[in-house]
Design a binder for this molecule. Structure first.
Ligand code: WTA
Length: 636
């Protein structure tokens, strides 16, 4: 009913969504199960900011993901789980089974004192239990904070402490290709620096030897064995928080993006249905990790709200070989596939020998998310995976937007290589210049903003509303600022260029330059550092670190400097995650700074890109000579 089926219809629906957003969104919201209907659709201002959707509505999102489907779809697979090892049996949970597991998990949470509003941290492998735990939090009214299991103990500490999580759900370990990561060991280190965690529930996945702390740690399987299969979903307010997800910004510390229940639900449902043109027999596979927003919205909530079958994959694209994605697509008869440009580029680099053994004839739609997709990767994906029969939906959105904002609608609106194309209904993008003046023409380039709220817009940053205001709503009055630069071409199609702030996008992972610098500076011999991104063939952006070391260290000793660079990478791994390790490290005598002491990253970026001849005016620098020195030592 809410599915758009022609370009003409898209234009009409889009127009309506702008002219009368409240009636547009309430039509969609009315298809859900409410415990009590909302009194008013929307109240908002971008000044404070204060945005509320479906005011005074009462509901539980899991009733809409699960209970609501039971009568018709009880025996339909909700989740198909594909393990890391292709020889291990995959697991299927029907809607009925998933609900029973979620209820059991709710009863465990309840037994250990979890109540509405508590924060629960999930640090888990990509296994069905992660989905069960997420949904159990939502059902009992606790706020889930999933931390990607690739993050270090330090990162876990920051995230647990920032929102004072009461419980941690984790596993003994996880499988990743041919490696095992001992998650519980990492969690134990983290727990020495947290005060709020009262209980730790541990799922046994790898069988690694671990220590269980008496009175604090309990096994998932022991608890589940005894838990009841019935649980009445907590009644929640539309605007109660559903989850916190930490993401990097331009300042040092990751911020907890908060999404609330009803608006997120409506937007995830609608965008999944339309962008992928969901059909009842689809097998939908989003290859993201649930530790990122893409996994939240398009492995879990979006598909389940539509009653779809969603694939959850534990492994990596290159294990046991670079044909794994394609083999799983054939094995499970995946119809809609959603992945990241970095994965596409890395599989493209492995060569077609890994693709041609597979039929891939179940595919109908293929999608891309997380970073700009370059022309070559777009065509490779279109030709070799989609066989030119599947529209490529290049979906632009952010952790803060909760769901897809600008994207083709498969087979309905046109695609254009490297373009996210047109805004979805209800999404009102504008481009502005540096002064905030709206660029109304086509064929322009500017900063991408939104001038009207959509239901799943960020509500706050956890514990610090001012930070939310400053980050997103203060740059330009009455606009939400995305941090992305963007072009609108002569047809009015949007093409995202990339971040204009100090945020890096490395293999689709967001990292703040300040965050990486702070980590590097922890090395005892580092005096100061500056980090910039540079174009990287597989990762999209690589990390280039310029570091100043203590004067007593002999920089001509190559063995020593190599060792130092290795240590710097280790420090970054330990403090943030291996994903934040610099690709290139250059020891420099100084950094280009303005007279007021601000690092001129623009210059460093040019050097990292190898564009030495085009550095712009450097005469205003405190010490222009330093630039010459840096260029001499550049690692290209
Ligand atoms: C970038 C991921 C170009 C963008 C869902 C954005 C993209 C940031 C695209 C958000 C795309 C995401 N084309 N760039 N299709 N999708 N981005 O919060 O810079 O992890 O601001 O959310 O990724 O990353 P995040």
């Amino acid at each position: 009913m809410h599915k758009i089926i022609s370009f003409e219809q898209y234009k009409q629906v889009y127009k309506k969504s702008v002219e009368d957003p409240e009636s547009f969104w309430s039509d969609i919201a009315d298809g859900f199960q409410w415990q009590k209907k909302y009194d008013k659709v929307l109240e908002w201002n971008f000044r404070d900011p204060d945005v509320k959707w479906f005011i005074n509505g009462k509901l539980n999102i899991t009733e809409n993901c699960l209970d609501r489907h039971l009568e018709k779809l009880g025996n339909k697979p909700a989740i198909i789980w594909e393990p890391n090892d292709p020889n291990e049996k995959n697991r299927t949970l029907t809607y009925k089974e998933l609900l029973a597991e979620v209820n059991k998990c709710c009863n465990i949470l309840k037994k250990y004192g979890v109540v509405k509003g508590d924060r629960i941290c999930l640090y888990m492998p990509m296994i069905p239990e992660l989905s069960i735990a997420v949904l159990a939090c939502a059902r009992i009214g606790a706020i889930h904070s999933v931390v990607f299991a690739g993050f270090s103990a330090n990162s876990l500490v920051d995230r647990i402490n920032d929102s004072a999580c009461k419980m941690l759900i984790t596993a003994d370990g996880l499988f990743r290709g041919n490696k095992i990561v001992n998650l519980k060991e990492i969690a134990d280190i983290a727990l020495q620096q947290t005060k709020s965690i009262e209980k730790v529930i541990v799922y046994k996945r790898t069988g690694s030897e671990i220590t269980m702390q008496d009175g604090r740690d309990v096994w998932w399987h022991d608890e589940m064995l005894r838990a009841e299969e019935n649980f009445i979903a907590e009644i929640m307010d539309s605007e109660d928080p559903l989850f916190i997800l930490y993401t990097s910004g331009s300042t040092g510390k990751p911020k907890g993006v908060v999404h609330s229940i009803a608006g997120y639900m409506v937007f995830c449902y609608y965008t999944f249905l339309n962008v992928f043109q969901y059909e009842e027999n689809d097998i939908f596979w989003c290859t993201a990790d649930i530790g990122w927003v893409t996994g939240h919205s398009y492995i879990l909530y979006g598909p389940l709200l539509n009653g779809a079958t969603t694939v959850m994959f534990e492994g990596i694209p290159t294990y046991p070989d670079a044909g794994r994605f394609w083999s799983v697509i054939d094995k499970l008869k995946v119809t809609k596939f959603y992945t990241a440009p970095t994965a596409i580029r890395s599989l493209m680099a492995s060569g077609l020998d890994f693709v041609t053994p597979y039929k891939l004839n179940s595919l109908k739609v293929i999608g891309s998310v997380g970073e700009p997709i370059n022309e070559e990767a777009w065509h490779w994906y279109d030709e070799n995976i989609g066989k030119k029969k599947c529209p490529v939906v290049d979906t632009w959105w952010q952790t803060e937007t909760g769901g897809i904002m600008i994207s083709p609608i498969a087979n309905v609106t046109p695609t254009k290589p490297t373009f996210a194309t047109l805004p979805l209904p209800g999404v009102q993008p504008v481009l502005v210049d540096n002064e905030g003046k709206e660029l109304t023409e086509n064929n322009v380039e500017g900063l991408l903003c939104m001038k009207f709220p959509w239901p799943s817009i960020i509500r706050t940053t956890y514990g610090d509303h001012e930070r939310c205001r400053l980050n997103y709503f203060a740059t330009f009055p009455n606009l939400y600022f995305t941090g992305d630069g963007c072009r609108r071409d002569e047809d009015g199609y949007y093409r995202i260029i990339g971040r204009v702030d100090d945020v890096l996008n490395v293999s689709g992972h967001r990292l703040g330059t300040a965050e990486v610098e702070n980590a590097i500076d922890e090395h005892p011999h580092i005096v100061e550092s500056a980090v910039v991104g540079y174009p990287h063939e597989i990762k999209g952006q690589g990390i280039y670190a310029f570091v100043i070391i203590e004067t007593q260290v002999d920089t001509s000793d190559e063995a020593y400097t190599e060792k130092l660079k290795k240590e710097i990478s280790e420090v970054v791994s330990k403090i943030i995650s291996p994903i934040a390790k610099p690709d290139k490290i250059q020891i420099v005598p100084g950094l280009p700074k303005t007279r007021s002491g601000k690092i001129m990253r623009r210059i460093l970026r040019k050097i990292a890109e190898g564009e030495m001849s085009n550095l712009g005016d450097i005469t205003t620098l405190l010490d222009p000579g330093v630039v010459e020195e840096i260029i001499k030592g550049a690692r290209l």
